[in-house]
Design a protein around this ligand. Structure first.
Ligand code: EPU
Length: 342
């Protein structure tokens, strides 16, 4: 077992925060994962599971065993007339996997192209974009259950997928995702209703073009983490009660909003931040991106404290203007690798 000590996690988190892990291991198999978990137990270390690092805020020092998930491989499992089921290792790069599905004429995930991160993290916050959420195409999730010390398969219906949420968020220390089982379509059922996607598609109505346009739209709005370290949308779009929404829309008739199936309304956090004057604005070396106010960028070697100073200031200003509390999307970790409340 190759456990390394004092490892710099800057290249492993897309916000590029300086974070030194006391212990670190990359695992490629379930056996290696089990050995790593055993080592942590014997040495009284907490375990922090690292996937693509595209949704985390890490402190400067972490006294824990950081386990980077690197289980690869894609296997065809079963098929019927309309669908193909495939099993995908948690360590596969998400975007490369989406491109692979399109090359193999398997459809459903094209709207989710270019989302940073790895396959294993995709069910955790039920990644979503352009009218599709990954949970719709997941059949089950294979996990190592740290409570029962055994492998388990959790059906999609039991994952409780909703907007940026699943059971893996409620109980973050229990399950380590090893594989995701997807059920994809053999014939594309294109979702083009989101924003200007349909317009961008022009006359070429195909899954290949849909994927191409999603990539194009994302590249035109969202900063490349290699150039401008970021975690995609930094805040969730708030979902508020109809009563509060009615008061807001009376004062701000242009607020972009999406009615939910219950008596609530989702409103665009990017618009709230933009209107509060934060688009393209920085506090020290951390700011909100000039082309998309929802994305927080580490412009030069920021620490977690710098990131917190900026996002707390944004939250304060949005609350002052609109009475709406923004909630960060990325997960915040403490010095022992435990997940913190924001
Ligand atoms: N807006 C502004 N100013 C801005 C940004 C946005 O006025 O600076 C307005 C836009 O004009 C639009 C509305 O806010 O009317 C919504 O903006 P956009 O279409 O860019 O989408 P979003 O709500 O900001 C969400 C997801 C993205 C996903 C897109 C497309 C969340 C938190 N974010 O963004 O997900 O790609 O929709 O589906 O739900 C991510 O989670 O990392 C992510 C990028």
């Amino acid at each position: 077992m190759n456990i390394q000590s004092q490892v710099q996690l800057k290249p492993f988190n897309t916000l590029s925060l300086n974070a030194i892990a006391s212990h670190f291991i990359k695992v490629k198999t379930i056996t290696e994962l089990q050995d790593a978990l055993k080592f942590a137990k014997e040495n009284d270390l907490n375990v922090l599971i690292l996937s693509g690092g595209s949704n985390m805020m890490l402190p400067e020092h972490i006294q824990a065993l950081v386990v980077a998930m690197d289980i690869q491989k894609i296997d065809f499992i079963t098929e019927d007339e309309h669908t193909q089921t495939i099993k995908v290792g948690a360590g596969q790069v998400w975007h490369d996997f989406v491109l692979w599905t399109t090359e193999h004429q398997l459809y459903g995930l094209q709207n989710l192209a270019l989302i940073p991160g790895l396959v294993g993290a995709s069910p955790v916050q039920n990644i979503g974009a352009y009218g599709v959420e990954v949970g719709e195409f997941i059949e089950s999730v294979e996990v190592y259950d740290r409570k029962l010390n055994q492998m388990a398969s959790i059906k999609a219906a039991d994952c409780e997928f909703s907007y940026r949420h699943s059971i893996f968020k409620d109980d973050p220390n229990r399950f380590v995702i090893t594989h995701v089982i997807f059920k994809l379509l053999k014939k594309a059922d294109l979702r083009m209703n989101y924003g200007d996607l349909k317009l961008a598609m022009g006359d070429e109505i195909s899954a290949e073009n849909l994927q191409k346009q999603v990539i194009h739209i994302r590249q035109s709005k969202l900063p490349d983490p290699k150039e401008f370290p970021n975690v995609g949308s930094f805040f969730k779009n708030p979902i508020i009660k109809q009563t509060q929404f009615s008061q807001l829309i009376a004062k701000f008739p242009n607020i972009p909003h999406y009615p939910q199936t219950d008596d609530r309304v989702k409103i665009a956090a990017g618009w709230l931040i933009d209107q509060s004057g934060w688009k393209g604005k920085q506090l020290n070396q951390v700011g909100m991106f000039e082309k998309q106010a929802l994305v927080l960028v580490n412009y030069s070697d920021a620490t977690l404290t710098d990131v917190q100073a900026t996002y707390h200031a944004v939250q304060k200003d949005v609350f002052k203007h609109f009475g709406v509390q923004l909630e960060p999307e990325p997960v915040l970790y403490d010095r022992c690798g435990f997940i913190q409340n924001h």
